[in-house]
Structure formats: C-alpha cells, structure tokens
Design a protein around this ligand. Sequence first.
Ligand SMILES: Cc1ncc(C[n+]2csc(CCOP(=O)(O)OP(=O)(O)O)c2C)c(N)n1
Length: 375
Amino acid sequence: MLNPKEFYHLLIENKVDFFAGVPDSLLKDFNAYVMDNTPQKNHTITHNEGGAIALVTGYHLATNKMGLVYMQNSGLGNTVNPLTSLADREVYSIPMLILIGWRGEPGVHDEPQHVKQGRITLSLLETLEIPYSILPDNIAEARKTLEDSISHSKQNNIPYALIVRKGTFETYELRNKTEKDYQINREKALKLIIDNLDERDIIVSTTGMLSRELFEYRKALEQSHNKDFLTVGCMGHSSMLALGIALLKPSRNIYCLDGDGSLIMHLGSLAIIGQKSPNNFKHVVFNNGAHDSVGGQPTAGLTVDVLGVAEACGYKEVIRAETKEEILNGFSKLKKSEGPSLLEILIKKGSRKDLGRPTTPPIENKKDFMQELQK
Ligand SMILES: Cc1ncc(C[n+]2csc(CCOP(=O)(O)OP(=O)(O)O)c2C)c(N)n1
C-alpha cells in the first residue's frame, strides 16, 4: 500500500504543491494528509469537481506550475465541460494532474450507483482524450508513474489522470479536526423529522449516509420505503429532483432532505427553487460542515449563511435549529409554512459503525415511489 505522506512528498518533490477537489472515500487518507500539511492558500475543497478544474487552471495561469485535482470518479461528469472547453489542448491547453478514486472498478463489488461509472471510467477518459495511468500501490513504481505522468502533462500541456484503486492508500488519521460540538448527530435529527411527518408527505433524500440512515429507520419502524426517493448517486441534485415532483404534485408536501456538501455542490438550485416558488416544497438541510459520508472533510457549510442565501433566492420562510427542542419546533413551523421554505439543522459529524445500505434495488424503489405519487 502507499503511504499518503510518502506520496504527498513525491508530489512536492516534483513541484506539484497546489491541491483542489471534492473528497472521496478511496482518497480519504491522502485527503487528510493534504489537509494537515498544505498551507490554506494551496489547498481548496471545492463545491464541485468542475470548479476544481477551473481553480487549478487559474493557479497555472498565475504561476506557470501544475496543480492537482482530486475527486471520486462520480465527479468526472462535473468536469467534462471545463476539461473539454477550458483545459483541453484545443482550447487553453492546461497541464494538471487529476487523481481519481475508482469506485465500481469492474470485478470489485460496489453499490448500484457506482457500477456503470466504474465500468466507463477509463473509456470516458479515452473519449475525453485524457491520458491516464493506474497509480501503483508501492512507492517505487508510484514514483516512476508519477514522474512519467507529470512530464507527459507538462510536455503536452494537457491534463493527465491517475486512477486510484480501492485499498491503494494506507490509513492516515486527520490531526487538524475542526469539530463543532453541536448536540445531535444526523441520524438522531433525521429520526425527529421522520417521526413527525404526515401520512402523505414525500421525501427526496440526498447522497451518502443520510439516505442509508433513512432506509434503515423505515425498516426498524416496519414502514414501507414507498414515500422516500433515495438519491443514492447524483450528489447535489436532490433539490431539483424534489422541485420536479413538487411542481407536478401540488397536493403533496415534498421534503428534500439535503446535506451541506450536496447543497453547496449545486447551490444554483436554490435560485431556481425560489424563482419557481412551489408552496409545497420544504427543504431540510442537515449541516455538519463536512463531507461526513466520505471522511468528514470540511465544506463551506458553517461559513456560508444558508438561511440568508435561501432567503435571498426567494424562499418564503427560513428557520435554524440545533437542539432537540428547536428541531421539533422548527419542523412544526416548516410544516405549516408556505414554501419554498427551509429548515437548517446544525448537527455534529459521525455515524453508526454498523450502518447498512439499502437492500432494495434503485429500480424497485423508483417503481414503488411512482405508484405512491399516483395516490
Ligand atoms: C459528484 C460526486 N462527487 C463526490 C461524491 C462522493 N460523495 C458521496 S457523499 C459525499 C459527501 C456528502 O456531503 P454532505 O452532503 O455534506 O452530507 P454528509 O455526508 O455530511 O451527511 C461525497 C463527497 C459523489 N457521490 N458524487
């Protein structure tokens, strides 16, 4: 396995000292080392992966050096436009390294939302005409691969991708934890919301652990999953998906259960929700200031004024809650409010170690959900 510290120092030796990206579970140990050891100016956890490509392009323009973008392969889609119309050799021709966590690698078991993306990752890079190598998991070979990749990228002035298989990096425990000591974690807060829903309420839940916790809670309560749409992939798009339902099902209240990382990934959605303004659209943001599902790396969740943004986008009521009592009161207000309205719940990081995954395939979930919407 590769030691994150050794790999990081290989990059620094090769003058790659500027990092940007969206965290990934396969890269979490490398991400943690970067966070602990890189000056703030040289490391940015971006709102989405396309933003990271643009940021690293700006770095190159300012310094004539190459930076590194890190991401899960799910994020490749977010980079297609800046890669083809900005960094591509036929446009501005920008050298950079792209470190990609390979979820869903063929032959390695993974969740349904990763299977296709895993299968097409290499051919997608080929279509984009981005050369790539698989990052070896021992330092001697990794050094050679890295040096070759950097010189190819520099000589041709193009992005070069390094693909990271599951289990490539050794464990590295983040030292600089910026924990906020909010009282309640996501799962507890989620249960308070579920316990207080009305019979006909519909849920669209975001990517990551929140949807897994929701699935398990319904199971524990012996309730069906029919009223929940689990957005298992497609991070950041739950609110637009919920908007689509809210506009066409005005007699049902639609609750989008979002995360701060997901909200910020496509923050522009709030402007459109405010503009379309369906009064049955209710947004609940579980804000732990982190990408908790993939290692707890910080987001801008606790520096951005979520309520202020929502209000400025046209949400009619915005509420913040932190304690159990505030959550219960806040949710009761949200239920009675005219939408679009938003409840931000400040929560602490962390999840159960034994948290399972949805056992119903996405297609079945979709069928049941669509039937429920017809009622
Ligand atoms: C486009 C894309 N980029 C990255 C990921 C990897 N990923 C899955 S969940 C997650 C974090 C979500 O953070 P947040 O919405 O704040 O929820 P939390 O995990 O904190 O509950 C990330 C980065 C992904 N699934 N899709």
